[in-house]
Design a protein. Sequence first.
Lengths: 306, 427
Amino acid sequence: MIVAEDIYKKFNDTVALNRVNITIPTGSIFGLLGPNGAGKTTFIRILTRIYLPDGGTVLINDNPLNELNARKIGYLPEERGLYKKMKVGELILYMARLRGLKTVEAKEQMNYWFGRFDIRDWSDKRIDSLSKGMQQKVQFIIAVLHRPEFLILDEPFSGLDPLNTEAIENEILELHKSGTTIVFSTHNMDSVERFCERVVLIDKGQVVLSGTVDEVKQAHKQSLYEFKCREHVDFLNERIAKSGTVVSSELKSGVYTVLAKLNTESEADGVLIDIAGKVKLTSFCELLPSMNDIFIESVKNKNEEL
Amino acid sequence: MNQIFIIIRREYVTRVRTKAFILTSILMPVFFSLIMFLPGYFAEQNEEDTSRIGLVDHTGWMSEVLVQNKLVLTPLPASTFDQIRSMINKKKVDGVVEITGEKERSISVRYYYNKRTSSSLIKKLEAITEKAMLNKKLTDYGVKNPAQLLAQVKQNAQVDTVKVQNPTDKSDNDVIRYIVAVTLGLFIYMLIFLFSSQVMQGVLEEKTNRIAEVIITTVSPIKFMIGKIVGIALLGITQIGIWIVLGCGLLFYLSVGMHLTPGGFSDFLSHGAIHLLVQIGLLKIIIGFVLLFICGYLLYSSIFAVVGVTVNHHDEMQQMSMLVGLPLIIAIIVLTVDTVNNPDSTLSFWLSMIPFTSPVVMMGRLAFGAPTGELIISIAILLVTMIGMMWLAGKIYRGMILYTGKKVGVKDAIEWLQRSLTSKKNE
């Protein structure tokens, strides 16, 4: 588990992180969200010991973060580069050895990952002969080669084609299954919805919201329900109006879609009981906000506060 | 510590196998050998060409004098101007030397040509003719052995300077001292600049391609910087080694194997160079050179590392490197203008103590026998400054390595430095 307590970081006159508390549970897929310039990268750089915080502490498995236990962290930065003139194999081994792996061990791991990505013949290729997507695979291997307990991925899918995205996604899920804690920093809400169990949203150096994805959605839901039926839509609308309000009602391909705002779940139950057998209901669901909506709303609210 | 070795190894290995390294390692000695041997080679080539030059000798005895003086021309029958001209126009010969003389005393030499010949032929003809006329005149005055008399009469006036501290030290050495001072001073300047700028380029590369961000999560920036500087220093030492071995091999091959005389260094060698070098303190010069180069390189490479880490573009880097390299250029100017003429002048003395100029100027003064005590003080100042600069550079490096985008001013660098210094207690 990584616990960041009361982290404060200032650059010249700008406060990048203002008393931030974030807990990343072991084994989770954790989403670190926020608009550009929110302080995500600064936070990650503190976790990876690139920056030292001006205030606060970082604990990793209950011990203060130091040079040795920082090796438990693997890091794939957003802006990433490689030595262009080195060969793939050489570069991977160099980075692995810097992280304390013995050459034999590093070679074993490298061959394992070459196998996983089916790139066994890449070892002697020069980095500058690889395409961007190919280079990103190499960067990913460098980040995970020393089998870190925690893997921090800053916008891991930016610039990747769907095939490479899928390949990397699969590996991330595989690592998660084997117990690696994954920290995603992203503003791609699709990947958050798909992967993350817990999220924290940072804006202007402060935590705006945090919790499991479900908790966050529940906290931001607006009690919107969607009804789809084939007949007697007027009856449905009237019944809804008794307990709440009809937000919209429209007909498409012979199916009526009615969006209703009902204050409590029991009111929704009441509507369902009353219309049962009368409107030919085809579907009913509670509409939870998307992470994208929550992101936009939270950032806007934060701006209005300031 | 192990991490530093891994970094040193990478910096060394990736550079040592580049085409640029291999080419400069081979081409530099070849280039210098060519500079030394080509003039002599061409001079020899030109001398052989005289077989295509005809000789019309109206005096009857000058052709023999020319042969005695190793100037072999092709004798032609006595000819008129028109005949000579037609021979040259028809390219039977490249040129014709016509020698006429009255009563064996006054000789006139004329050279006919269409294509200009080398001036060395004309000079040689002039010298031979002058000597022949002098010999004839002296013989007329009754001198029996004019050549011997001439050799005795000819004396070059020369002022001998003797240093009382070391009376065996002869004035001959001044030429050698000058050559050693300028050559080694320039060499130190060139090496410091060449390898320090590799450090700078490496740092900028890592900063702009962002690999630094991954590396410094596992290695402290200071270790990373030191690894790079030391790796490139070893590269420099390897290159110097190759130059020395290849250079000596080539010199040996060209002078012994090919029987060529090195043009520019003939004086140097004819004086028994090694003997003279020993006289002016070869060991002290070698030790001084090595120490001044290593400390100077370490000082400048840490400054250049700071340049690499504070700029964002190649153009900016070049401008800045000119600026920080300025003390070295001043040192070269002072070395060639002041130090070689007056090695103990106030200016030379102080510049040999100031660490930013001392590697070059002290090297120059050393060739002129600067006291060992002064060398030790100079190196000590250089060493202390170098250590301080490395520490400072490490601090700035740590703060700036990930700082891209906005152009960095001196103010930003100082602010970063202050931050790094205050955050040290957190480490």
